[in-house]
Structure formats: C-alpha cells, structure tokens
Design a protein around this ligand. Structure first.
Ligand code: ADP
Ligand code: MG
Length: 252
C-alpha cells in the first residue's frame, strides 16, 4: 500500500446554522483501496461527501490532496483535483446513447467547441473500450442508456468518472436502489477498479455485508463523529453491529 494517502481529511467541522452535522471528522484514503464509510441515517455521510466534492465549504478543518492543502470553492475544483462523485441518482440520461452519456458536456469535436463537428466514431470507440476495461462489453455504444440495467448504468458513471481523471471515486449508496443481481454487478465493478491499484474508492453504504466484501478500510460515523475506524484486522474484536448502529447497544 502506498505510504502517502491520496486524500487526507483532517478535523472537518460542518455547521448548518446552530446545528453541527460534522464534528471533527478525519480520515485517510489511499490509492488502490476501497474505504467504506458507514453509519446510520443522519450520521453525516452525505454531508462529508458534499464537503469532499466541493458542494459545501467546511466550517473548519482541512482537506489535503497528495500532501497539499486544498480548498474547494466549487464541485469543479474538486473534480479538477481528482475527486469524482457518483451520486445515488446518477446523472445519466436514459434517453441518450451510452456514448453521449459518457461524454456529456465533454464531447470531442473536429474544431473548437461548440462549432466543430462531433467526432462520433472516436467517442463510440473510447466509450466501448473504457466500458470493456471495467468489464462490460457494450456491443453498440449508440444504444440508449435506458436499455441498460441499473448495475450497468452505475458502471457507466464510474467508467466516465475514471476516464475524466478521478483518482478518488466517491460512491454514495451505489447498491441501495438495485436488485440483488445488479448489486453484485456493481460490487464486481468496484473490485475491478480496486485491482487497478491507482484509484481509491470511498464506498458509502448501509450494507455491512457489501462493505465487508469489498472494503479494505472502514470508517464508522455517528452524529457527525468517527466512532470507529480501521482495516479488517484492526477492527477484529470490535462489535461491528454496534458501530453500524451508531454505537448503541443491540439487544437480540
Ligand atoms: P447521512 O447521509 O449519514 O444520512 P446527512 O449528512 O445527510 O446524513 O445528514 C447529517 C445531518 O445533517 C442530519 O441531521 C441532517 O438533517 C443535517 N443536514 C444535512 N444537510 C443539511 C442542510 N443543508 N441544512 C441543514 N441540516 C442539514
Ligand atoms: Mg446520505
């Protein structure tokens, strides 16, 4: 494992008016690892990823990328720094082709945009190749995204983020809206990304089993604070179910 984390999050506080949604959250994310971010509803998971993806400015605390402090003023800043976020309601348009979704807003043209002609063949080829790298053979990249399964759509959003430079992929509940078979497809996609070794995944989930299947490292949030963190080995002996439940005692 690389010695330096790609992303280092230090003591992030986020207040909404008088309400403290994040109360000093720290975590490190290394290239090639899947880092599961777990916690009950309201724990602060979505708020944390909004801070990491430039949607919210933190009230205090510091984000570092490859050892350098960064301040994201917009989602574009975060994206330029290699933070690629795939939200639950992924931004894919089912009526448009796979290729058009892949390039959405970043189309290749023969001259300066928006005047040049679209290089459709080249975009089709890139889309096909990038999807194949991640395990999905799209025979016709001109097919509408609406013909793809939910798992394949997630994979499209992931392949797109990687192609356009994501070094940290943030996946917010990527399996929660899917059936079992599709869930496994997405987990397999995550394992393929992990196998590349150069990209980190922050995997936000409610699903303890999914997180155990793919994650190398875990951070448990409750009420805006980290209540447990570590690798499988470091968490041995911890009561995972208790951490998942926000630290509450669980009675069988
Ligand atoms: P999670 O994703 O873990 O379910 P969230 O990050 O969505 O949790 O929410 C954490 C807490 O912050 C919740 O109590 C939520 O109501 C509050 N919160 C989130 N966003 C806002 C906002 N924009 N304004 C006020 N409170 C918010
Ligand atoms: Mg959430």
């Amino acid at each position: 494992m690389a010695k330096q984390p790609y992303l280092k999050v230090e003591s992030i506080v986020k207040k909404f008016g008088p309400f403290t949604a994040l109360n000093g959250v720290s975590l490190d994310v290394y290239p090639g690892e899947v880092h599961a971010l777990l916690g009950d509803n309201g724990a602060g998971k979505s708020t944390l990823i909004k801070v990491l993806s430039g949607v919210h400015a933190p009230t205090s605390g510091q984000i570092h990328i490859e050892g350098k402090p960064v301040n994201f003023r917009s989602p574009r800043d975060a994206s330029n720094a290699g933070i690629g976020t795939v939200y639950q309601d992924l931004a894919v348009n089912p009526l448009m082709s796979v290729t058009r979704n892949f390039f959405m807003g970043r189309e290749l043209t023969s001259g300066p945009r928006p005047f040049g002609l679209l290089k459709m063949d080249e975009m089709d080829r890139i889309t096909h190749d990038e999807m194949l790298k991640i395990g999905i053979d799209i025979s016709d990249p001109q097919q509408a995204v609406g013909t793809m399964s939910g798992g394949q759509r997630q994979t499209l959003a992931i392949a797109r983020a990687i192609y356009f430079g994501a070094k940290v992929l943030i996946l917010d509940e990527p399996t929660s809206a899917l059936g079992q078979k599709q869930q496994m497809e997405v987990l397999k996609t995550m394992m393929r990304v992990r196998a590349r070794g150069d990209i980190a995944i922050i995997f936000i989930t409610h699903n303890e089993i999914h997180s155990k299947l793919v994650a190398d490292r875990f951070t448990f949030l409750a009420l805006g604070q980290v209540i447990g963190a570590g690798t499988h080995k470091e968490l041995e002996g911890e009561d995972i179910r208790r951490l998942m439940a926000g630290g509450a005692e669980i009675k069988d």
